[in-house]
Write a protein that binds this ligand. Sequence first.
Ligand code: AMP
Ligand code: GLY
Length: 424
Amino acid sequence: MNVLLIGSGGREHALAWKIAASPMLTRLYAAPGNPGIAREAELVGLEVTDHQAVTAFCREKAIDLVVVGPEAPLVAGIADDLRAAGIRVFGPSARAAQLEGSKGFTKDLCRKYGIPTAAYARFTSAGEAAAYIREAGAPIVVKADGLAAGKGVTVAMTIEEALTAVDACFEGAFGGAGAEVVIEKFLTGEEASFFCLCDGVTALPFGTAQDHKRVGEGDTGPNTGGMGAYSPAPVMTEDLIERTMREIIEPTMRGMREMGAPFSGVLYAGLILTAKGPELIEYNVRFGDPECQVLMMRLKDDILVLLNAAADSQLAHMSARWRDEAALTVVMAAKGYPDAPQKGSVITGLDKAGEGVEIFHAGTAEREGVIIANGGRVLNVTAMGKTVGEAQAKAYETVDRLDWPEGFCRRDIGYRAVERERKE
Ligand code: AMP
Ligand code: GLY
């Protein structure tokens, strides 16, 4: 089959790598892709926001399945437009993508279906939001309603900080995404990411992972898109997975069906494991980046079989099998990330990856045969190991073979799991 993959990050490189390994694949195209993806796919210069152009390309190349990596095209309705043209897609409709596109939408769904999540209120004006914050006290969490590239959330330790975040939202710090604000109770507990493949009716559990959102070691400094991840997340026991399915995922699938917006694609639940049990802090409607990288390394099955089943509402008959090893990925970012990453520096040593280690490209570009940094998060060095500790050691061994003085990474990715392993 012919597949078009949309996106250009490390997540899409991992998807391309896994899709390219499928015996079902005839040709893989990627738009816009990156130099790593170019090793697996033919890159096409399509303007992804131009849905008509994407549709025309799919017809011309007889594309059998479009796989959408990032959230923005989904929220913009690319899956709807392709399906309307009779083209099969892996990814949710614009209405279903509201689970990520509007935090208020998701909170209201949680309230209606009794899904455990932090108590909250929605606001469209700073005055009312401020009154609520003063009443509720700190710590408290302020979230821009819409898509804000992972930057719209402030975990405020003081009332002052929360008020500043509210003002920033309403003054346009996140554009239209901040026209409405969700304010919610601060939850304490360890965080975990839980993934499901969905086909509108069935949600198939598709692995767990832990991300490292802060830029600095020991989880310090500003939030980022994610500085590294590992899978599985040992904190997500079988019992917690079962509860998450029953208390969070299943009611969400039912709720979306009942409102006429059945969810298909990846449902990625960001959870906080509180003393009471798992609570939802957010949904994403696509794979995590860099969580996808570790999931693809661990997946034994043919990803195309699973993506096809999701697109055809056949997931009830499927299971996903995983390698026994753990996978861990270290994000290498350009110095200055997340505020002002420096672009243009040369990276060498990319051919020195250790045995079983994959270097996925994120923000790279190729200039006269040389790979250069072209974004914030640039490379994802991804390794497998019998334990998270072993995967960690292998990943950093490859990191140290790369020659890129203008790049940096956190040196403690996986520390929680490694500590757990030491105690066992
Ligand atoms: P989000 O973009 O919703 O994933 O939020 C970014 C980060 O903010 C999360 O990974 C959590 O660390 C933190 N966060 C979000 N909501 C809450 C909450 N209600 N309580 C505590 N921390 C939160
Ligand atoms: N790594 C977090 C995310 O993809 O949203």
